[in-house]
Structures are given as C-alpha cells and as structure tokens.
Design a protein around this ligand. Structure first.
Ligand code: PMP
Length: 355
C-alpha cells in the first residue's frame, strides 16, 4: 500500500491468472488454451506483415478485420468492436455500460475477472448463486438494476445455457445491458449472436484465444447494436486508439478465413472432450456436462487439491478451485490426445498408489 495510490487502486484486487511456468517441459492444461498451434495461413500472414508494414501504425478503426468479422457473423461493420483480448473488451464494456450506484448481477461461480473490474470501476454487484446442479437460475437474472453479465458456456463449470433462456433474460432486462461472454461458444452450440438484431440491450463478447488458437496474439471482439459499439469506441479512444497491433490484425484476419483448419481443430477438441469425459467417469470422477474446451470435475473420494499438487510436481498443470459454491473441484483443459494419454497414465499411477 502506498500513500500515493488512488482510491481505485486501493480498492482493486487484481485477477490472478493460472500459472504460466516454463512451459517447454510441462503439459499445460490449466488456462484453457487451444492445444493446437495456429494454422499455417496465420503464420504466413503474420510473417508477411513483419516483412512489409511494421514501421507503420495499425489502423485505429481496424476496419478490415471488423469487416471480416461482420461477414462471418452476418452483421454490419458498425456492429463490431475489436480489442486487445476479450479481457480488454470486457473492461471497456464495464466502463461503457455499467454505472457506480446501479447493481449488476453475475453468477456466484463464474469468470473471476468480473468482480475485479466491478471493484476497480466502483460498480456494485450481486453474485447470483447457481442451482445445485451448477446450472444458471435464469429467473434470478430478471429485472436487474444495473446490468447482467455471464459467460456462456459458463466458466469454470463448462455448462451451456440455451438461447430460449437467454431470450428470457433479455426480455426481462429491457433497461440495462446484458453481456454474454462467449469465450468458449465455438465448442458449444448456438451463439447469442443471432439475437443481436432483435435485442438492443445485448452485447456478445468473443475471443480468438480459444477456438482460433491465438491466445498469444490477444484479440477479442464484441458484437452488438450500433449504439453499444459506439459506446465502446468512445471508451477505447479515451485510452489508446490503437489497441490491437498490426500482427494481431493480420493473424486474426487469416484465422477467420481459414475455416477448414478452424472446423478441424474444433471437431478434434470436441471428440477428445467426449473421450476424456468417459475415461474420467470410469475412474470415479463426476464430470459436469461440458460444452467448452475444458471439463470441471470432482472425485467421489480423492481430494482435488492433493491431485492438483501431485500433478504439478509431476509436470502437468491443471486448475484447482475452492471458493464459496465450489468444493473440491478441478478444471482440466482438453489437450491433444497424446497429452491426455499422458495425463491418464499419471492419474492411474496416483490413484493406484493411493488405494
Ligand atoms: N472470458 C472467459 C470466461 C475466460 O475464461 C477468458 C479466458 N481466461 C476470457 C474471457 C479472456 O480471454 P482473452 O482475454 O484471452 O480473450
């Protein structure tokens, strides 16, 4: 604590991301990255940008990537906002649509960055307890005062909420913005993007970090009606009009175009997820129904924290969760088949040793 800190800094309690250790000799299943590298076309597009344009500022309006996103999601360019990872887009959205003095709601078990932004920007919040089966209690999100935000599929539970429930939440919040954080939607089914032209209070946020293998490049985006996007632009231009750089723009554009590679990796990860889920169940784990690139599990008798620590000592990073509403759970990112086979070899060794 320093006497020079502002009130905002004093009340902040920053987000602590999953461990990013020396990854070369570790299997990293703790921060929901894609285990597959970006496509060849992405690498070539980035290289070509390095070779030609790096001395020039990027476009502050990111027109060509926004155009490409608009085509992909069948929207207009003025319905698309691009930022430095969806974390930045989320931060701008909290500033643009949520106010001090008006209480927002998000699930009690959810992405832990939401309370961080709320505290930083002095936005009061209410955490809504999940149902016993970890699904979202839809009606508890009705008639919110200052806004609603939740991930779909939820993180860390991996559970997907269907579009009918989302419509109900939107219908019952006509006077505030409902933000749906779709970081993992490409591993699930229908996106709420199809509702954007019906609901002026809907903002959908997505990322290139998960399904498009570009966590290292930091590109996220928001889709919503024109006025919401204009609000985000006003915030962005008050901080740094060039939030995403030339390499990010080139890489993201190429990733969007390479639909073959995208479809291939998504299908592969979903197949691995189904295989991993059934293998975990055989070993006494309860696995929540996952629509994401990770699973959320608990064992009927083993302590999750002990397993997490043992795996870490033995070269595999997974995530241990212990907080109000979550007891004894692990979140495991779906890796390649080879990584998951190594994971099961180690899991079998420790489970046998203990019994
Ligand atoms: N939302 C959720 C629910 C997440 O789990 C993550 C990844 N930690 C993000 C947003 C942020 O992703 P990024 O900033 O890499 O786009």
């Amino acid at each position: 604590m320093s006497k020079f800190w502002s009130e905002a800094v004093k009340r902040s309690s920053p987000y602590v991301p999953g461990e990013q250790m020396n990854i070369s000799n570790l299997i990293k299943l703790n921060t929901n990255e894609n285990p597959y590298p970006p496509s060849q076309q992405v690498k070539e597009a980035i290289q070509s940008e390095i070779d030609t344009n790096l001395q020039l500022y990027p476009s502050p309006t990111v027109d060509d990537l926004r155009e490409e996103l608009a085509t992909t999601y069948q929207l207009n360019k003025d319905q698309v906002f691009v930022g430095n990872g969806s974390d930045e887009v989320l931060a701008f959205s909290f500033m643009a649509f949520f106010d001090p003095g008006r209480i927002i709601r998000f699930p009690a078990v959810s992405y832990s960055f939401y309370p961080v932004y709320a505290k930083l920007f002095d936005i009061p919040y209410e955490k809504v307890a999940l149902n016993r089966d970890f699904t979202l209690p839809v009606e508890k999100f009705f008639q919110a005062d200052g806004g609603v935000i939740f991930p779909n599929p939820n993180a860390p539970t991996s559970i997907y909420l269907d579009l009918q429930a989302i419509r109900e939440i939107l219908d019952n919040n006509p006077d505030c913005v409902v933000i749906i954080d779709e970081a993992y939607i490409d591993f699930a089914s229908a996106s709420a993007v199809s509702l954007i032209n019906t609901y002026e209070n809907l903002l959908v946020i997505q990322t290139f970090s998960k399904s498009r293998s570009l966590a290292g490049l930091r590109v996220g985006f928001a889709l919503g009606n024109k006025q919401l996007i204009e609000g985000l632009n006003r915030i962005k231009d008050s901080f740094n009009s060039y939030t995403i750089d030339r390499l990010a723009i080139a890489g993201a554009k190429a990733a969007l175009k390479d639909t073959t590679y995208f479809d291939y990796t998504i299908t592969k990860i979903k197949q691995t997820r189904e295989w991993v889920t059934s293998e975990m169940k055989k070993r006494g784990f309860c696995v929540l129904p996952s629509s994401a690139n990770f699973i959320f599990v608990t064992h009927y008798k083993e302590a999750a924290e002990d397993l997490y620590k043992w795996f870490k000592e033995n070269g595999i990073l997974i995530r241990y969760f212990q907080s109000p509403g979550i007891d004894n759970y692990l979140r495991i990112t779906i890796g390649t088949d080879e990584q998951m086979r190594t994971f099961f070899e180690k899991l079998d060794y420790i489970l046998e040793k203990k019994n």
